[in-house]
Design a protein around this ligand. Sequence first.
Ligand SMILES: Cc1cc2nc3c(=O)[nH]c(=O)nc-3n(C[C@H](O)[C@H](O)[C@H](O)COP(=O)(O)OP(=O)(O)OC[C@H]3O[C@@H](n4cnc5c(N)ncnc54)[C@H](O)[C@@H]3O)c2cc1C
Length: 317
Amino acid sequence: MTKQTCDVAIVGGGAAGLNAALVLAQARRSVVVIDAGEPRNAPAGHLRGFLTRDGAAPTDLLALGRAEVEQFGVVVTDGAVTGAARSADGFELTLDDGRTVNARRLLVATGIADTFPDIEGFAERWAKDVLHCPYCHGYEVRDQPLGVIAETAFFGIHQALMLRQWSDDVVLFTHTDENIEPADREKLAAMNVRIVSGKVAGLVVEDDELTGVRLADGTVTPRRAVFVGGAITPVPRDRILRDFGAETTDTPFGPFVAVDATGATSIPGVWAAGNVVDPKSQVIVSASAGYQAAVAINMDLIEEEVGRAVEAGRILG
Ligand SMILES: Cc1cc2nc3c(=O)[nH]c(=O)nc-3n(C[C@H](O)[C@H](O)[C@H](O)COP(=O)(O)OP(=O)(O)OC[C@H]3O[C@@H](n4cnc5c(N)ncnc54)[C@H](O)[C@@H]3O)c2cc1C
C-alpha cells in the first residue's frame, strides 16, 4: 500500500481540478490529482464555448490538460477517492485500491452525474440528439425541428423560449407538467412555440438519428433533436464534502454544497470548484473556478507558513 504526501490534493481531474492543479503547481506547490476518469461531457462529440478549443473532443482537452500539469510536476493518479478524514496536519484520502494521499489542503472537483427520466431511448441518444444545453449543442441543430421535454413547466418554458434563438420550429412537450399559466401560454404563442400535451413515452430513431417523439397515446411528432429542460437531474458527486459536514444551499436543482467566491466551503481547509457546487458552470467557467480556488488555497498556505515563521522567530528571539 503506497502513501503520498503533498501540499494540495485535488479530487477530480476535469476542467476545474486540472486548472487548479496548473495554477498551484506554477505557485510551486506539490499537487496530487486523483481522477476517476468520468468527466460529465465525455459522451459529447465536441466542446463549444471555449476559446481556441472550440470543436475539440472533450476528452482530448482533458488529455492536453493532464500533459500540461504533469510538465509542472503535478502527479495525476487514476482512481477514485472512497474516503476522506482529517489527519494531524491536514487530510488523508483513501483511494479505491487502498492507496492513501495526505495533503495540507483539499480541493474537491468531482463534478455531477446526470440521472435520466424513464423515457424509452433517452439514455441511448444522450449527447447525440437528446441534449441539455443550447449553448453546448444549439449551433449543431440550428434551423432543425426541435423539441423540449418539460419535466417541470418552469424549465420547459424557459428552454423552449430560449431555443427560438436557434430554430423557428420549436415544440414544447408538456410531458409530466401540464401546468402552464395563461401568461406563459401567451409568450409561447407569441414566439410561435407549439405546445403538445401528454406524457412522452419514447423516442423514434431511424438510421441512428432521432426522427420523432412518441407520446404514451402513440402519437408521434417529428423532431430532429430534443432538449431536456429540467428532465434530467444533476446529482452532485459531493459525498466527501457531505461526510465532512459541509453546509449546503438550496438551488433550483436541489441542495448543493455552499461555497464563497473563492470556492471555500464551510469546512476549514476544504475548497470545492466546478459542477460539484455549480451545476450550471460550463467548462471554461469550471476551469475559472478552479483557478480562483487555487489562488485562495495558495494564500491560505502562505498565511499558515507566515504564522509558523513568526512563531519560530519569537521562540528563537
Ligand atoms: C452532454 C454534455 C455536453 C456538454 N458540452 C459542453 C460544451 O460544449 N461546452 C461547455 O463549456 N460545457 C459543456 N458541458 C458541461 C461540462 O461537462 C461541465 O462544465 C464540465 O464537465 C465541468 O467540469 P468539472 O471539472 O466540474 O467536472 P467534470 O468534467 O465532470 O470532472 C469531474 C471529474 O471528477 C472525477 N471524480 C468524481 N468523483 C471522484 C472521486 N470520488 N475520486 C476521483 N475522481 C472523481 C470524475 O470521474 C471526473 O473525471 C456539457 C455537459 C454535458 C452533460
